[in-house]
Design a protein around this ligand. Structure first.
Ligand SMILES: Cc1ncc(COP(=O)(O)O)c(C=O)c1O
Length: 530
């Protein structure tokens, strides 16, 4: 076998093909409880230097025996966790072109800034008067996001893209309710991200699918037929998850608004349009951002995120509260705390007053503040022109990779729609399945042996054997070429012997898993014996 960066890792014999264990599996992953020895310690606390007092903890709350905790030395602990971390694939060690997930490089500068004690140690219950810097940062971030979205008002409350979606649909409901209307349906196109219909259902609406036209955009005639006064909203992402910008967006906005509904923009990924076009200008009323994508900090597999929303004037009265606000010293209602001084920043828990139309609080405290800091650092360090460059290079990289793959394997992995793409593109593995007998999943698994994370597979659902590829702007031309080489090598190898891809991967800590089973029925308990 060769190294991950040295080309394909070929299996060495029938055992590998038969799904035998990898070297790391043979080593067996032991838990920290199985390491160490009784009495071994990493840290010994100093002797008590205050009087010992008996009975502070009531007898019935005391343990009969000490808990069974691991007893290990510091080097054992460090090695254990460092080795565990190496069993993961991560963006810092390899290419991660996970379409729709925007796994772009996370600049180290952001980490330094977010780790400053004033940020990292800020307590969520800190009095706003003693957290002026943090509130000012959040206020400025709201302003910057409003400019990027082209919509005047922003709330930082939602904590994920899907949470932003929920906030947006609840705002839509509040907007219609305020007009005495009980609308029951939300439209989503066939290419929608799975969280869109899930959100709609969670918010108590019926999901109604809108078809796609031949170019992969919204089927305008189907939309026209379905947009009636029972429809509360159309949720759309543009460019869509097919990587296509819908040129009919103004007509779509007209139809939706003509039916009295709101237009919701799933702005999880703004990488193709930042600085070029704005959802507000396209006619959208509500937008959510995934700060943990467009603004770096990708979090494959979970982790802290943030899904702020931006809204138009007509939706503003319903925004969640509290809102981060700036109070001018000369505020006529006497709200300023420092009259005559500089502006102050605050959390407006009372926005809208006693007759507020706000949908209320969406979460405890103010969200994942570290994500705000990194996002703000990103926006400020790049500036308006830099953000535009991001979009330009993201689209250029995607089209470059699309062209390279077209040259190498275009007949076996054709582009699903159109000829070019925005920041991502969808290939169909249908010919590969028909002609070589390997599926998109096999191709994806074999990519792991080339030291690369596979693209998103089997999404969007409208494409047979889909591969959704998003290289992002932070990858070099050499990396994109290496990816095209790896795909071409896998296809050529499958033409010779499809069994190799069907049994892949061979070099990862584990072979093929029942991934759905692992997510749905995780085994998280293990009996520990003394
Ligand atoms: C297009 C799109 N919408 C919404 C979401 C949901 O975002 P989150 O995972 O933060 O809930 C994603 C996330 O992958 C997405 O790609």
């Amino acid at each position: 076998m060769s190294a991950p960066d040295g080309g394909a890792r070929a299996p060495e014999g029938a055992a590998a093909l038969a799904g035998g264990a990898t070297a790391q599996q043979r080593e067996r992953a032991t838990t920290i409880f199985e390491k160490g020895a009784p009495g071994r310690r990493a840290f010994v606390a100093p002797q008590l230097d205050v009087p010992h007092v008996d009975g502070l903890i009531p007898e019935q709350l005391r343990r009969a025996a000490p808990p069974l905790l691991p007893e290990a030395s510091e080097p054992e602990i460090v090695r254990h966790y460092v080795n565990l971390s190496k069993r993961n694939f991560d963006l810092d060690s390899g290419f991660y072109p996970l379409g729709s997930c925007t796994m772009k490089h996370n600049p180290r500068l952001h980490e330094r800034v977010a780790a400053l004690a004033g940020h990292a140690r800020l307590h969520p219950l800190q009095d706003p008067r003693r957290a002026q810097g943090a509130l000012e940062l959040m206020f400025n971030l709201q302003q910057a996001l409003a400019q990027i979205a082209g919509l005047p008002h922003v709330s930082l409350q939602p904590s994920a893209g899907s949470h932003g979606e929920l906030a947006g649909v609840l705002l839509t409901r509040a907007y219609h309710a305020d007009r005495g209307q009980q609308r029951t349906k939300v439209l989503t196109p066939d290419s929608a991200h799975g969280t869109n219909p899930a959100t709609v259902t969670m918010a108590g609406y019926e999901v109604v699918k809108v078809g796609l036209d031949a170019a992969g955009g919204v089927d305008v005639e189907d939309l026209r037929a379905k947009a009636d006064d029972s429809v509360a909203c159309l949720m759309l992402t543009n460019p869509s998850t097919l990587g296509i910008f819908d040129p009919n967006i103004e007509q779509i906005a007209e139809i939706v608004h003509g039916a009295g509904a709101t237009l919701y923009y799933d702005g999880a990924n703004l990488n193709a349009i930042m600085g070029y076009s704005r959802p507000g200008d396209m006619g959208f009323d509500i937008v959510h951002f995934n700060l943990h994508k467009t603004f770096t900090q990708p979090h494959g597999g979970g982790g802290p995120g943030a899904g702020p929303i931006a809204v138009s004037e007509r939706i503003e009265p319903y925004l969640p509260r509290p809102q981060v606000v700036r109070r001018e010293p000369s505020a006529p209602n006497g709200a300023s705390r420092l009259v005559g001084g500089p502006p102050t920043f605050d959390l407006d828990h009372e926005r809208g007053g006693p007759d507020t139309k706000s949908i209320g609080k969406l979460r405890g405290f103010q969200g994942n503040y570290g994500v705000f800091v990194r996002t703000y650092a990103y926006i400020r360090s790049l500036g308006a022109e830099g953000l535009k460059d991001v979009s330009e290079v993201a689209v250029l990289n995607a089209n470059y990779l699309l062209a390279r793959l077209g040259e190498r394997v275009g007949d076996r992995l054709p582009l699903a729609f159109g000829e070019r793409c925005m920041h991502e593109f969808v290939l169909s593995g249908a010919p590969l399945k028909k002609e070589l007998g390997i599926r998109t999943l096999d191709l994806a698994k074999r990519l792991l042996d080339h030291g690369m994370h596979p693209p998103t597979v089997y999404f969007p659902l409208v494409v047979d054997e889909a591969l959704l590829i998003e290289p992002t702007e932070t990858e070099t031309r050499e990396t994109l070429d290496a990816f095209a080489d790896a795909i071409a090598a896998i296809v050529a190898e499958a033409a010779e012997d499809p069994e190799i891809a069907r049994n892949a991967p061979y070099t990862t800590p584990v072979r093929r898993l029942d991934e759905a089973g692992a997510a749905k029925r995780p085994r998280v308990r293990e009996t520990i014996s003394a």
